[in-house]
Write a protein that binds this ligand. Structure first.
Ligand code: PLP
Length: 384
């Protein structure tokens, strides 16, 4: 199961391993069940049914209706779809969008693209924990605001945003509300019957499903336009022959993740707290980034004074520990992540920011090993 170079894999926010049951569920659709779901004969019809069953299952697991789930190629596509198309669909009503400074690049870059097209975007500041303020949203909303996008859980520092409170301040306003829940779905309870958002993005490979598949939730009364024009797949809104195996795998992965969630989550919260307490106690000049408890179960993100995270990661890898600096998308760049910057990590700490994200198999022995490796690496680097 485990990759040789990552004896201890602590980068579950970047991606997770596919579960064996997910692979088993997918296998028929990679080989013998290859029919196109749009065809009239039995093999294709059957695949159409399989896709609709997966849609029903996913809908049930997140408290949605099947008609509200649209399959995509992943979280980035779902984010791009909502941001760009809500903006375009509603441009006669207004051209102002609100988001936060700590969103995933799939959201931020989409917003920057829209700015080039003449839209106006407000990137809200966050507090030192990375929290977006609902009052800040209320103050930023204008007559011409058409969309607010705030993530559920931050992929770098783990902070969980007050999505319900933000939805409350937007109630009664003609403003669409989107949340990138890619880090949340499958990790923490997400119930769209109770969570009053209009749009939500999710991605299978973040909850032990395959890569390259995700979904966008669109609440029933909304009418987002087509993202990929072509055939009538996904009710004409996202053309292209379906990724049947991926969709089936995503449904299987979400089912298992939701079934095991309560147990895994409690365990990860305990591990996370243990990890944090030991690091802050045993490693001088260290700090935790993100909120102490309003955070994703398996996420810790530390900054170490006077350390370069890239060098530290090399030393961690020598001990078989795979973690990440900033977000995975920034790897190879020494630039300080936009999230670390936005929460105001002091200059002498910011370059030494490392994220460990734990998963269903992570145990205390692995956390102990990571802490020992951190101590070794940091004292080595600080001697230089
Ligand atoms: C991983 C991630 C994405 C991108 O999802 P892909 O399926 O890899 O495109 C978007 N948003 C967040 C918060 C993520 O963690």
């Amino acid at each position: 199961m485990h990759n040789m170079s990552c004896k201890i894999y602590m980068d579950h926010a970047a991606t997770t391993e596919m579960l064996p049951q997910v692979r088993t569920a997918m296998e028929p659709y990679l080989m013998e069940e290859y029919g196109n779901a749009s065809t009239a004969y039995e093999m294709g019809r059957k695949n159409h049914q399989v896709i609709e069953q997966a849609r029903e299952k996913i809908a049930r697991l997140v408290g949605a209706q099947p008609e509200e789930i649209f399959f995509t190629s992943g979280g980035s596509e779902a984010d791009n779809w909502v941001i760009k198309n809500v903006a375009a669909d509603r441009k006669t009503r207004g051209k102002h969008i609100i988001t936060s400074k700590i969103e995933h690049h799939a959201v931020l870059r989409s917003c920057e693209y829209l700015e080039k097209l003449g839209y106006e975007v407000t990137y809200l500041e966050v507090d030192g924990y990375g929290l977006v303020s609902p009052e800040g949203i209320a103050d930023a909303v204008r007559e011409d605001t058409t969309l607010v996008s705030v993530m559920t859980g931050n992929n770098e520092i783990g902070t969980l945003e007050p999505i319900s409170a933000i939805a409350s301040v937007l109630r009664g306003k003609d403003v669409a509300f989107h949340t990138d829940a890619v880090q949340a779905v499958g990790q923490i309870p997400v119930n769209l019957q109770q969570l009053p958002v209009d749009y939500l993005s999710a991605s299978a490979h973040k909850f032990h499903g395959p890569k390259g598949v995700g979904f966008l939730f669109e609440r029933k009364n909304k009418e987002l336009s087509s993202f990929i024009h072509g055939g009538s797949q996904e009710r004409g809104k996202r053309a292209g022959t379906e990724n049947v195996a991926g969709i089936v795998g995503m449904a299987a992965a979400l089912e298992i993740s939701v079934q095991e969630m309560q147990m895994v989550r409690q365990r990860l919260i305990r591990l996370r707290n243990y990890f944090t307490e030991r690091v802050l106690r045993e490693i001088p000049d260290s700090r935790l980034n993100g909120h102490p408890y309003k955070r994703l179960p398996g996420n810790v993100n530390f900054s170490f004074k006077g350390i370069d995270a890239t060098s530290l990661l090399v030393l961690l890898e020598e001990d078989g520990i795979c973690a990440s600096a900033g977000s995975a998308c920034n790897t190879g760049q020494t630039r300080i992540s936009h999230v670390i910057e936005a929460i105001g990590v002091p200059d002498d700490y910011a370059p030494g920011s490392v994220r460990f994200t734990m998963g269903r198999d992570t145990d205390r022995g692995q956390v102990d090993a990571a802490i020992e490796s951190l101590k070794r690496g940091i004292s080595l680097l600080r001697q230089e």
